[in-house]
Write a protein that binds this ligand. Structure first.
Ligand code: BES
Ligand code: ZN
Length: 628
């Protein structure tokens, strides 16, 4: 019933515009929920398949072409229009088709832009319409696309572009129902310069001829946030029959070396949670401006080059993105408030994969680092943001990107594992992935499955896990597990003793340390260290010059906290070449704490800003209160 008013408004608005005109209206449709981040009227009409056809116009930084949406009415409301999400798109023309072959001019309205959600595109669907064809172009500042000049690539000769759709940026390059509760299959044709290769989150043939005209098919239904495209001078190197890596030619060998355990990881995950269902698992290493560590685009994980450390020490990120092939891509969060179903499960799986491939000590270290990050984060967050089933109504879903869905989510699953025992819990998870395969689910649906398939079968054990507290309260329950690592206890002791002057640097047994032990060592030192102590560490261990991005980042943070000047140049270089938000946000935040620091930050940012991804720009603009 509540939709009638909405449809009446849409209908009246549509009557006011003539065919194929692009008219702005003042009214955005109401958000009918349950997804507060999409205007799509999914209870009436659902998009099932998308055919895409683009030209990649590097000179203009524009993708231009058509999207044909195959739609299905799912309610009796035959008047309901099709409401899509768009953000910053130039919609040129809309056509509709009944038979799927011939198209007639269609009527549409584009609502005024909401800063977070973009503009609803309302299209009148004639009786019996099955397809809608939208002729459109993106704008150079599309939030989900980064266009790189040749100078921002490793080869320096050709431009590069890539998309990042999660959470709600698919709408900035494709008009669609941009909610993870809807799944679509897609085909795409991409035309670009013949010296460039296009790849997508779909079937990619590693041997495709390089001719500038590429076709893709994703035959398994996926949510919109997993649609992805990248175009650049890419080479491919196989790692196994079904895994491989794409990267710029000068990076691909190092990447293949670093990720050579990928097939082992896939097999370990299959043993735990059932077959890998996406055929190939390839990875694409992006230029360093990629704003995330990784993105689990199906069949083609996108990765930051900053995890190529030379010693495989940061490949838990590959385990993480691979794990999403089960938790996230197969069983998907239905809305962004259920994000912890994607990330908490994935961090839990990631650690299980690490354990299977690299052993328990390594997995324990990573869990202990995770717990520490969570505790630090909980110290900073407001209560409302500490809740797994977080309320994001009216907010940018990117605000939900904290350690809470990741580490608190994983800790909750670890609590279940430890309470019910590995065997039972593994079996439960395996059946969960099968049961909800290719579906999008809410937290409530997970909870009722959990109750029926685990809790109710063992009420005595269930009584030990405060489920409601885990899901709906801030903080962590008193009974939460506390992952720890014996190796870390040693490292902590040394950190204390060195700091008190009881052990000289030369006697710290660093040669045997893993990256994780290094990180724990640095994090175990007090926030304030004097110049002498900083210099002592730096001279002994060359930390300012560390080639490991995680260690360098941790050291640079300490250097800013302690005004350790010899590291300032490296801070500038780091911020000028890397755009990974996890690193640059805390560094800019730290700089912004003092007037001199802030001035230094502004100087760096002025030059670096044009090289950052729009998502990182939005974040850092806010940190520095940037206004031009
Ligand atoms: N799916 C996320 C990345 C993401 C989440 C992008 C939300 C946009 C919105 C990806 O799987 C991820 O979690 N990446 C992490 C790495 C991970 C090891 C914690 C990252 O990029 O830091
Ligand atoms: Zn993830």
């Amino acid at each position: 019933m509540k939709n009638i008013g909405l449809h009446l408004i849409s209908f009246l608005l549509l009557c006011m515009v003539t065919s194929d005109s692009n008219s702005q209206t003042q009214v955005s449709p109401q958000l009918t929920g349950p997804d507060f981040h999409s205007y799509a009227n999914v209870a009436d009409v659902r998009v099932k398949h998308i055919d895409l056809d683009w030209q990649v116009l590097f000179a203009q930084k524009v993708l231009k072409g058509t999207a044909i949406l195959t739609v299905e009415r799912v309610s009796r409301n035959t008047r309901a229009p099709l409401i899509l999400d768009t953000k910053n798109l130039n919609v040129e023309k809309v056509e509709t088709s009944v038979n799927g072959r011939t198209y007639r001019p269609g009527k549409f309205t584009l609502a005024t832009e909401d800063k977070i959600l973009g503009s609803a595109l309302t299209i009148l669907l004639p009786v019996g319409a099955t397809r809608v064809r939208i002729h459109y172009a993106t704008r150079p500042n599309a939030s989900g696309v980064q266009w790189l000049d040749p100078s921002q690539t490793s080869g320096k000769k050709t431009p590069f572009m890539f998309t990042q759709s999660q959470a709600i940026h698919a709408r900035s390059w494709i008009p669609l129902q941009d909610t993870p509760s809807v799944r679509v299959t897609y085909n795409a044709r991409v035309r670009t310069a013949p010296n460039l290769l296009a790849v997508m989150s779909a079937a990619n043939d590693p041997n495709t001829p390089r001719d500038g005209d590429y076709s893709f098919a994703m035959s398994q239904p996926i949510p919109s946030y997993l649609i992805a495209l990248a175009v650049g001078d890419l080479s491919f190197k196989p790692l196994s029959q079904r895994t491989g890596v794409y990267a710029e030619p000068s990076v691909v060998d190092r990447a293949a070396q670093e990720f050579s355990d990928t097939e082992k990881m896939v097999q370990a995950t299959e043993r735990l949670y059932g077959p890998y269902r996406w055929e190939r698992y390839d990875m694409l290493v992006l230029p360093p401006s990629f704003p995330f560590g990784g993105m689990e685009n199906p069949r083609l994980t996108f990765l930051t080059p900053t995890i190529i450390a030379g010693d495989k020490s940061l490949v838990s990120l590959v385990a993480h993105e691979l794990a999403h092939s089960w938790s996230g891509n197969l069983v998907t969060n239905a809305t962004w408030r259920d994000f912890w179903l994607n990330e908490g499960f994935t961090v839990y799986l990631e650690r299980r994969i690490q354990e299977a491939v690299y052993g328990k000590p390594r997995a324990n270290m990573e869990a202990a680092l995770g717990l520490r990050d969570l505790q630090d984060e909980l110290g900073r967050l407001e209560d409302r943001d500490e809740i797994l089933h977080v309320d994001l109504k009216g907010r940018d879903p990117d605000d939900g990107f904290t350690d809470v869905p990741y580490e608190k989510g994983a800790l909750f699953l670890l609590h279940l594992e430890q309470t019910f025992g590995r065997e039972r819990f593994d079996q439960f998870l395996r059946s969960y992935f099968d049961h909800f395969a290719f579906k999008s689910i809410t937290t409530e649906e997970f909870l009722s499955y959990l109750k029926a398939n685990l809790l109710d079968k063992h009420p005595d054990l269930a009584a030990k896990v405060p489920i409601d507290e885990w899901i709906n309260n801030a903080g962590t329950p008193a009974s939460a597990p506390k992952p720890s690592s014996p190796a870390f206890a040693q490292v902590e002791l040394l950190a204390q003793r060195w700091q008190r002057g009881e052990v000289p640097v030369a006697q710290i047994p660093v040669t045997a340390w893993s990256t994780q032990e290094w990180l724990h060592f640095l994090k175990s030192l007090p926030e304030k260290l004097d110049q002498k102590k900083m210099a002592e560490l730096d001279q002994a261990f060359k930390l300012t010059q560390s080639g490991n991005s995680e260690i360098a980042f941790q050291w640079l943070m300490m250097s800013l906290q302690n005004a350790y000047e010899p590291a300032f140049q490296r801070v500038e270089d780091f911020l000028s070449t890397i755009g990974r938000r996890k690193f640059i946000k805390p560094l800019y935040e730290e700089l912004a704490k003092s007037p001199e620091g802030r001035a230094f930050a502004m100087k760096i940012y002025r030059r670096a800003r044009p090289t950052y991804h729009p998502i990182a720009v939005a974040t850092i603009d806010e940190v520095l209160k940037w206004n031009g």
